[in-house]
Design a protein around this ligand. Structure first.
Ligand SMILES: Nc1ncnc2c1ncn2[C@@H]1O[C@H](COP(=O)(O)OP(=O)(O)OP(=O)(O)O)[C@@H](O)[C@H]1O
Ligand SMILES: [Mg+2]
Length: 228
């Protein structure tokens, strides 16, 4: 049942320099397929760093990560990119929307390399935006969105590839409680579809939600508590 496995994973920034910093200090974890897991912990405890490693956006300084029995850690860059595109949907803490493009274009972006016909992709992207209550902003440039709108566009973009794994970093940080509950409904739908969801969050509305299967608390780059 272990879908994503981390073995003694470390991530060190500026290694060997005076400002060396260990963001992830030896984490071993095994995440089940189809489960909703929340990472908690104080600011700077390594949550975002860990999500980046799991999603193949960064490589560990040491340790091993496997996805469905396949090792990610040693994959050449272009294969890692391919796995990342096909497997993961990301909601970044700082959104990372592409300025100058419209909302709809931003949502379509991660799926563009997959060769899905453009009309089909636009339809799918629009459906996700509608579901999140930002369909009316589809043609607007992302530059002018409010924080809450940008967050919802970022969530729609994460879902457009139908990813097996959704990784969301503080997805409710800019949402009011009504929209946060809507986000949780979307997560419930993802879980019902059998997708694996990994969320970093400070928000009690998220980590106390009934649909959460497991809460892992980080401190100083290490797992401090693990509750199922
Ligand atoms: N690119 C980087 N270069 C150097 N240090 C970094 C880098 N990214 C993160 N860090 C450091 O790694 C540590 C962990 O950061 P990380 O962003 O993973 O924490 P976090 O738990 O997500 O915090 P927050 O709750 O504020 O989002 C912090 O001390 C941070 O300053
Ligand atoms: Mg973070």
């Amino acid at each position: 049942m272990s879908f994503i496995v981390l073995e003694d994973v470390r991530r060190v920034f500026h290694q060997g320099r005076p400002d060396e910093l260990t963001a992830v200090a030896g984490v071993s974890l095994s995440l089940a397929a189809g489960a909703v897991t929340v990472l908690r912990g104080p600011s700077g405890s390594g949550k975002t760093s860990l999500l980046a490693l799991v999603g193949g956006m960064a490589r560990p300084t040491s340790g091993r990560i496997t996805l469905d029995g396949h090792e990610l850690t040693s994959l050449p860059e272009r294969f890692l990119t391919e796995v990342r595109r096909r497997t993961f949907g990301f909601v970044f803490q700082q959104f990372h929307l592409v300025r100058g493009l419209t909302v709809l274009e931003n949502v379509m972006l991660p799926a563009t390399p997959l060769g899905i016909p453009r009309a089909e992709l636009a339809r799918r992207a629009a459906a996700h935006l509608d579901r999140l209550g930002v369909g009316h902003r589809a043609g607007a440039r992302v530059d002018w969105l409010s924080g809450g709108e940008a967050q919802r566009v970022a969530i729609a973009r994460a879902l457009v590839n139908n990813p097996r794994v959704v990784i969301a970093d503080e997805p409710t940080a800019h949402l009011d409680s009504k929209l946060s509950l809507e986000f949780l409904e979307i997560v419930a739908g993802l879980k019902a579809d059998g997708r694996t969801v990994l969320i970093a969050s400070h928000d009690p509305l998220v980590f106390e939600a009934g649909l959460v299967d497991r809460t892992i608390t980080f401190r100083d780059g290490r797992v401090e508590a693990d509750t199922r």
